[in-house]
Design a protein around this ligand. Sequence first.
Ligand SMILES: Nc1nc2c(c(=O)[nH]1)N[C@H]1C(S)=C(S)[C@@H](COP(=O)(O)O)O[C@H]1N2
Ligand SMILES: [Mo]
Length: 330
Amino acid sequence: MLIFNKKASDCSESEVTDKSVYLNRRQFMKTTGGIVLGAGAIGQVSAALQDGNPLSPPISLKPYFENITETSFGKDDKISPYDVATSYNNFYEFGYGKSDPKDRSSEFQTTPWTITVEGEAGKTGVFDLEDIIKESMLEERIYRLRCVEAWSMVIPWVGVPLADVLKRFEPTSKAKYVYFETLYDPKQMPGQRSGGLDWPYREGLRIDEAMNPLALLAVGMYGSILPNQNGAPVRLVLPWKYGFKSIKSIVKIRFVEEMPKTTWAMLAPNEYGFYANVNPNVDHPRWSQKQERRLPGGVLFPNVIETKMFNGYEEEVGSLYAGMDLKRFY
Ligand SMILES: Nc1nc2c(c(=O)[nH]1)N[C@H]1C(S)=C(S)[C@@H](COP(=O)(O)O)O[C@H]1N2
Ligand SMILES: [Mo]
């Protein structure tokens, strides 16, 4: 997003067909009247019927994906087609083009997967991802994703509240921030075989941001597991922040006392800050952040909409930044 001076044409998307439209649980409930289905069965049926996500969870996680808890997030937003959400991606480990992640990640190995927990916490060590997930109910959260490049989508994520997971590691009072790292494996990730970014991809949050109920540790989307190009098998989703904060394919969580160095802020500190909260009043030095192109949109229907403060989540997260100069802490 920094190094290539994107042209406006990069954001254009061809219209997609109805076939790929994700049928979410509520819509499904409405069209069937919800007559024959108990609450537990709805998740199963919708995951099977929606023609979006064709992936199936590992056997051991199947019961969890069959009992996804609905939430009220995003009920007024039109969900982006699965085809768009899985073919227009930023995942520089697999290349810099928008279609590279899909085209080049099909062999990426995501099982087994462990996360190393380090630093200022009572419980540290190497944890199996499945064990981390199984401690909580999976939830569906339909969130808007606003990329710093000024395009956006609406994605039905499946995951667990980040706070629930972090609390289990018992962070100490010195844990003022939490740092995350993506897998570093140039053999599997062709983008890491060249420079550009300083690998591994790194992100971080203030601990109170990480504990905010909106912050999601996602293991799925559109009713099933994450496709590799979307950050399988586990990623952050922070809908009030620019997309680059939502780090993919996480292998390390470290509780720290000082603000951690993060990938984009390291590369271009004048363009990308640590906070990276969506803010239409603070432009990127090279483009406006007042509007965004909601995908899909094409040349004829660019589908440009106004960007909202904190991506429309001010009620949930505004208090985290009370009294802060958001022009300075961008
Ligand atoms: N490890 C890693 N995480 C990443 C990125 C990346 O290049 N590498 N790109 C970020 C950016 S810029 C965005 S907009 C989102 C895109 O998520 P999506 O492809 O699921 O829409 O992932 C973020 N997480
Ligand atoms: Mo992004």
